[in-house]
Ligand binder design. Structure first.
Ligand code: NAG
Ligand code: NAG
Ligand code: NAG
Ligand code: NAG
Ligand code: NAG
Ligand code: NAG
Length: 554
């Protein structure tokens, strides 16, 4: 969309020794000076005018991060080296948030839940060098919230003093791409609501604005859908591994207050084996073996897409699930359809015979009917790339396409004229490189080997090989965690801080410098740990305290 804005950085001598602004994602435009400021004991954040309750809550959270982060600056000697600089510094006692003239104060939640292109996340942040009040202005509460998130990253801590070194600060910021997501699979293994909330917290700290919730799959159906309670009753791993409508509402409101929209996915017609537990009449080849003949992953089983009753059932299910979230987006999946399964299914063959349709034609009907149910609910359908590149189905032109198999497929999706989301396994899959998970296969490897480092995703070019017109179809991108080999026990280390790399790529735009990004990403990890998220170390601490010293050619 927009190339990475030329960063205007005026750095004074002191600050030049080490990164004094370790913001992530890097603002589109930032000017800093070399004046230290201490935070006053009575530091206050006020909101001008009337403010929605989620903005008030965000202010409380920001105050608590500023007092509790207690992050020593990542330099040799940590904060002790800054004592001389800050001990006689002026104090900052106030931050004021205000909407610009003419803007209306809606909740952060409602601003975040708009269609991606309608979200206004822009803000201006100023910290004067003389200790007079800092300000954040924006045209939406969502913009104020993004500015507040940046503000909390400005401060370091040493021996009772919270301070910054680089006032005056002036930031004008807005994202390069409107969709910056993270996908979590909660079907291969279940994650309690608290894990999802902690993940949403961490997402908000790096300004990710879309939670793509791949909530169900072939192995388990942990989502309780109103009107379809039997699906989770018979399909969840246990009665306690279920997201009730109350849990879903809780997650959605928690996300919304943090500037994050929740897109649910019910993958169809593949990846649905578990539906056979409650509705055997709707599933072809349930748990057929050898599984590898009938599916990409055990257990086999797919919705009988040629059946009118199954199509109707699926449309009803999707419409009911769509009502659970106010998002404008809903994903119907559509990946990895297995034709052997349908060839072996007498019911499907009989339906095809009776209607005289090919399987592709039946898939087209299935897709049109199920997507119409979503369009009737006011949703924009979202699909995995095969629905455009492999199958011959007619999709609503507004349909968003997730490119997952390979970044090489981006061009073809754009050529087909669809808006797309980067989610390619060769850059953004967090589960690659962990060895094979299929049993009795000692030499098995993960299919998408090797491990995708943060550097790999950070270096991705979202518009490679696209014409200007095609580039406009890119609405953003995301990291993804499929959880065959993950659970609550390794969620944080699998995701953080790696997923922050796409958060910056799609906020700040491509072309970021790996060498200058690394110290800032160290800080993301250190700050996340201070806030209770177990982000992994990227290097020995020796390197984290010496920016550049561990670069290959240093
Ligand atoms: C707010 O909107 C006005 C008018 O469109 C614009 O000039 C200004 O830059 C916007 N402010 C921010 C922070 O986006
Ligand atoms: C389709 O489903 C609805 C409920 O969602 C039901 O009322 C209707 O009878 C079904 N029609 C067919 C043809 O199965
Ligand atoms: C479908 O039609 C084919 C060819 O007409 C026939 O061989 C097959 O037995 C039929 N299958 C079913 C399940 O009706
Ligand atoms: C795709 O479907 C359309 C009608 O829906 C048909 O005209 C066309 O021949 C099909 N193309 C292929 C490659 O099957
Ligand atoms: C761009 O096209 C070149 C030449 O076809 C190819 O080698 C490269 O992988 C493509 N890059 C992306 C990101 O699609
Ligand atoms: C990245 O930044 C470093 C430090 O400013 C600089 O030396 C290096 O040339 C930059 N690398 C690229 C590829 O621009």
């Amino acid at each position: 969309m927009f190339p990475r804005a030329k960063l205007l950085v005026f750095t004074a001598l002191l600050a030049a020794l080490a990164p004094a602004d370790a913001l992530w994602p890097q603002p589109r435009s930032i000017e800093t000076g070399g004046t230290p400021l201490r935070l006053s004991g009575g530091f206050a954040i006020t909101v001008a005018g009337s403010a929605p309750s989620d903005l008030h809550a965000a202010v409380q959270d920001a105050k608590s991060f500023i007092s509790n982060d207690k992050l020593g600056r990542l330099v040799v000697g940590r904060g002790a080296v800054d004592v001389a600089a800050y001990s006689k510094a002026k104090t900052l006692s106030k931050l004021t948030l205000s909407l610009e003239k003419g803007a209306t104060a809606h909740s952060i939640t409602s601003e975040a839940q708009k269609a991606p292109e309608a979200r206004d996340e822009a803000y201006t942040l100023t910290v004067p060098g003389d200790g007079s009040g800092a300000t954040i202005t924006a045209n939406s509460t969502l913009g104020l919230y993004r500015g507040l998130t940046t503000f909390t990253q400005l401060f370091f801590y040493n021996e009772g003093t919270t301070y910054l070194l680089n006032a005056p600060v002036h930031i004008e910021d807005a994202p390069a791409y409107p969709y910056r997501g993270f996908m979590l699979d909660t079907a291969r293994n279940y994650f309690p609501v608290s894990d999802i909330k902690r993940t949403l917290d961490a997402m908000s700290w790096v300004k990710i604005n879309q939670f793509h919730w791949h909530v169900v799959d072939s192995q388990s159906f942990p989502l309780e859908v109103p009107g379809y309670p039997e699906l989770s009753q018979k399909g969840a791993y246990s009665a306690s591994s279920v997201y009730s409508p109350g849990d879903v509402a809780d997650i959605i409101s928690y996300a919304g207050a943090r500037g994050i929209d929740v897109m649910l996915e019910i993958d169809t017609p593949g990846h649905t084996s578990v539906i056979s537990k409650s509705h055997p009449e709707h599933v072809a080849c349930p748990e057929a073996t050898p599984w590898a003949t009938y599916a990409n992953e055990p257990p086999a089983g797919q919705l009988r897409l040629a059946s009118e009753a199954t199509t109707n059932f699926t449309a009803g299910l999707l419409a009911a699930a769509a009502k659970l979230s106010p998002s404008t987006l809903f994903s119907t999946g559509g990946d990895e359809l297995n034709t052997n399964c349908y060839a072996a299914d007498e019911e499907t063959q009989a339906s095809l015979n009776a209607t005289g349709k090919t399987l592709e034609q039946a898939l087209n009907t299935f897709t049109q009917v199920t997507h119409k149910a979503l369009l009737d609910e006011g949703k924009t359908p979202v699909v995995w790339e095969e629905m455009v590149l492999v199958h011959n189905v007619t999709l609503n032109p507004e349909t968003l396409v997730l490119v997952w198999i390979s970044s090489d497929d981006v061009k073809a999706v754009a050529e087909a004229g669809f808006k797309l989301i980067h989610a390619a396994s060769d850059y953004f899959y967090l589960d690659c490189g962990g060895g094979g998970w299929v049993g009795d296969f000692p030499d098995g490897n993960s299919w998408c080997d090797p491990f995708k480092t943060w550097q790999k995703s950070y270096s991705f070019d979202p518009v490679a090989n696209l014409t200007d017109a095609e580039a406009k179809l890119v609405i953003g991108g995301q990291h993804l965690l499929w959880v065959e080999q993950s659970g609550p026990e390794n969620l944080d280390p699998a995701v953080w801080p790696r997923a922050a790399s796409s958060a910056e790529l799609f906020w700040s735009g491509p072309g970021g410098n790996l060498s200058t990004a690394l110290p800032r990403l160290h800080e993301v990890a250190y700050r996340m740990r201070q806030r209770g998220v177990q982000a992994i170390s990227l290097q020995p601490e020796w390197c984290a305290l010496r920016p550049g010293a561990c670069d290959l050619t240093a």
